[in-house]
Structure formats: C-alpha cells, structure tokens
Design a protein around this ligand. Structure first.
Ligand code: TRP
Length: 334
C-alpha cells in the first residue's frame, strides 16, 4: 500500500548573532523552533549579515557569537537532524537574490518600514547605511530563497513580513506569467507573552535586564533577588498586585502549578517579596538545569557545532539554488 505523504510546511526563521541568548529568546522563539522540528521542514538561519547592519564596527563579536548562539539552540532542543541550521553569509544565493529583488523594490516601501525611521532616530546617522536601509529586503530574501511559507517571529517583525509579501507579489506579477515563482510568507506569532526582564521592561540584552541561558545558578539567583516587584508592596505584609510584578509573570512560565499559591500569598500579604524571589530563583534554576547541563556537554565538542553549521549550510545552498534558478529564468537572465 502506498503511504500518503503529507507535505510538511516550509518554515524559515533566523536570529542575529549579537550576543548571548536569554530567557526571552527561549520562550519567545526557541521553544517554538524545537516544536517545528516535529511538524515542519524548517530552516534556521544564523543571520550574521543582519548583525552587520548595526554592529559592523565589531566583526569579531559577530564571529564569536555565531557558534555560541547555535550552542543555545541545541541546548534548547532545536534538533539539527530534523531541521536545517545554516549561515546566512555563506548562502550566496541570498545575497544575489537581494540584488535582483532590489531592482523592483520601491525605495518608498523601505522608507515606510517603521524600524528604519525609529532606529535612525534612536541610534543616529551612523547606522543609516544602505545595508541597514535594505534590512527588510534582505530578511525577505532569507525567507524567499527557501520559499518559506511560515515564519515564526515576534510581533516587532510583522511590518517586515508585510513588506516582504508586497515585494513577492510584485515579483510574481512582473515576471511570473501567472505562476507563483516566489511564495508569500505568513508570520506565525509565538504563543508566549512578552518576557519581562529583571527591571520589568521587555527582556533585552541592550537593557541590561536579561537572565541568560548560560548564566550559572548563583548569577541567576543574584539577578532574581535584584528584580523589581510591585512598588506598592513596601512591607512584607502589605497586600500586593501580582499583575504588575515581573516575578509573577515569570512564575507563569517557569512553574504553572505554583502560580495560584503565589497569587494568593501575594494578594493576602502572607507572602513577602524577598521570600517569593528566593523561591522563584530556586524554581528558575531548576527549570533551566536540564538546558544548562546539555549546554555544558555541547561546548565540550565545538567541532560538532561547526559540522552542523557546515552541513546545514551546504543543504541550504542546494535548496536556495533551485529558487535562484527559477528567479533568474523568470527575469530572463538565463
Ligand atoms: N530580523 C530578525 C530579528 O531581528 C532576524 C531575522 C533575520 C529573521 N532573517 C530572518 C527572522 C528571516 C525571520 C526570518 O529578530
């Protein structure tokens, strides 16, 4: 009997190698990536060229972050045997595609992407390069080179995806002769809420408020002890408001079964913040322990990590080359 083979959706996502990964990356992206290894044909990119759009003056940092980031992917359970890890800068088809699609991309569409104006305002003229201006187009090329259908990203990336779909539509309209040469990607939002950092703002390396996957237990405990809580709960027995407390938000992720107890204790005043943070630090270290143990094993053999990247990149190039063949043909370059 012939087995019915259901085609798995092509999933594509990437991360910039700009530093150590933290709890926000784990819950916001890596958990979902690991799950896609079971259900999709997934391509995961080390977006090193994207890192150069803002961190171009520190190339060594980008180089160093590359393998470290992949160690965190592996430790989080993203499986390279059932997905493809690759290095963006080594897949020349992506950069070629960017030149080709650049020919039909109106500059006004890029000017409209909100990150362009806001980042130049925040970081200054220095980062207002041609490369940074083209960031959303490069991101589209990452996806389109693999005909990615679904793209797990955070909601900050939605304007990039929307822009990308417009470029794909324009390409197919101009050159497709009724065929969909390139695929319009759809965003898949993470089901996790935004992860707060130790100061209650969104967890981010640049805010200096992150709990890193590679932190040791003592560092984690120290960070948890310094967390802000409900500012209205001044003394131990004051009733608190868990909904404004980042420790409470993290309890929901780290130990669901304990949430009701913490909520009740906080609201009634029976549970003080110092006690709660001590309990939470323990729970968090427990939660991260398996991942940290895997991490410690993986770093003993960095040759393995390099091999995964090299093999995945080779496979990724073969897939992207097929797309580029079709693109060149459609544009009458062949
Ligand atoms: N732009 C993404 C970010 O800043 C990273 C990224 C690069 C990406 N290429 C991608 C995400 C392709 C999804 C698909 O987080």
């Amino acid at each position: 009997m012939q087995a019915q083979v259901q085609k798995r959706p092509r999933v594509m996502s990437g991360m910039r190698p700009t530093g150590k990964l933290h709890l926000g990356h784990l819950e916001g992206a890596l958990r979902q990536w690991a799950a896609f290894c079971d259900t999709a044909d997934a391509f995961f990119e080390i977006a090193d060229l994207h890192a150069y759009t803002t961190a171009f003056s520190d190339p060594q940092a980008i180089r160093d972050a590359r393998n470290d980031m992949v160690v965190d992917w592996l430790a989080a359970g993203v499986d390279p045997d059932r997905s493809t890890f690759f290095l963006q800068s080594a897949v020349h088809e992506i950069t070629e595609l960017q030149v080709l699609l650049g020919m039909i991309t109106p500059a006004s569409w890029l000017e409209r992407v909100p990150t362009w104006k806001s980042q130049v305002e925040a970081l200054g003229q220095e980062i207002a390069t041609y490369g940074f201006f083209g960031y959303p187009l490069l991101q589209l090329c990452d996806i389109a080179a693999f005909r990615g259908e679904r793209v797990p990203v955070g909601k900050d990336q939605l304007p990039h995806l929307e822009f990308g779909r417009e470029v794909v539509r324009r390409f197919n309209h101009l050159y497709g002769e009724g065929k969909q040469i390139l695929v319009e990607p759809q965003a898949t939002l993470s089901q996790f809420p935004e992860i707060p950092g130790i100061d209650a703002r969104k967890m981010s390396k640049s805010y200096n408020n992150a709990i890193f996957l590679a932190d040791d237990d003592a560092t984690t405990t120290q960070k948890v002890r310094s967390m802000v809580t409900d500012p209205q709960k001044v003394r131990r027995n004051d009733p608190g408001h868990p909904e404004v407390c980042p420790v409470f938000a993290l309890w929901k992720i780290v130990k669901r079964t304990h949430v009701a107890i913490v909520e009740e204790g906080c609201r009634s005043g029976a549970l003080g913040c110092v006690q709660d943070k001590g309990d939470f630090a323990e729970a968090l270290n427990e939660y991260l322990r398996p991942l940290r143990e895997r991490r410690a094993e993986i770093v003993k053999d960095m040759g393995y990590v390099e091999r995964i990247i090299a093999e995945g990149t080779q496979k990724a190039r073969a897939v992207a080359a097929e797309t580029l063949h079709d693109v060149r043909q459609a544009m009458r370059l062949l």
